[in-house]
Design a protein around this ligand. Structure first.
Ligand code: URA
Ligand code: SF4
Length: 184
């Protein structure tokens, strides 16, 4: 376990712990405030993220940024990371062996950042952080407390792209997050 994000990031610059290392261009470590109160966890890098090494900068990320603007979240004040740090080919779901190989990095990030609130973006984040028994349709919008951290499961931003209802629900979930955070 590492004590700060730079050391952690340096520790796996050439990571080959799973087969996602084969096609990646960049490891997408995570971005944001190392002391963030709010952390967002997605699934894995897409094409744009793989090219540029930063999470949520493609279409889904731009939609998330717009939602941040609407509810008053500043991207640089929160921290954003993914379950797997390398892009799954053709944007397929990350596989179990890949997730297991990569999750220690995320656990270490959470230990360093010590967020009060973690927003789980979509099923893959939800089920790997809170457990397989959680279903995204039933769980989204509802707080879950675990070991002193408040979790808010919500839609993955890619799911919002052509779905107005989900957009509204996503905004409502983010509003709950902002409200709880401002109440300490
Ligand atoms: N989708 C994700 O889950 N993460 C990203 O970083 C980009 C798209
Ligand atoms: Fe290593 Fe994670 Fe990339 Fe797999 S996905 S190669 S475990 S950094």
């Amino acid at each position: 376990m590492y004590e700060n994000l730079e050391e952690l990031e340096n520790s796996f610059k050439d990571c080959k712990k799973c087969k996602l290392c084969n096609a990646r261009q960049n490891i997408v470590f995570g971005v944001g405030n190392p002391n963030a109160d709010i952390m967002f966890i997605g699934e894995g890098p897409g094409g744009d993220e793989d090219k540029q090494g930063e999470p949520f900068i493609g279409k889904a990320g731009q939609l998330m940024n717009k939602a941040f603007d609407i509810v008053g979240i500043k991207r640089e004040e929160v921290y954003i990371a993914n379950i797997v740090k390398c892009r799954p080919p053709n944007n397929r779901d990350p596989e179990e062996d890949e997730i297991q190989a990569c999750m220690d990095y995320l656990r270490n990030q959470v230990m360093i950042i010590k967020p009060k609130i973690i927003v789980l973006l979509g099923r893959i984040a939800l089920q790997n952080i809170l457990g397989r028994e959680y279903k995204i349709t039933a769980s989204r919008g509802k707080w879950v407390e675990k070991k002193g951290i408040m979790y808010m499961p919500t839609w993955h931003p890619a799911a919002l792209l052509r779905d107005e209802t989900k957009k509204i629900e996503f905004l409502n979930d983010l509003k709950q997050v902002v409200e709880r955070n401002s109440n300490g």
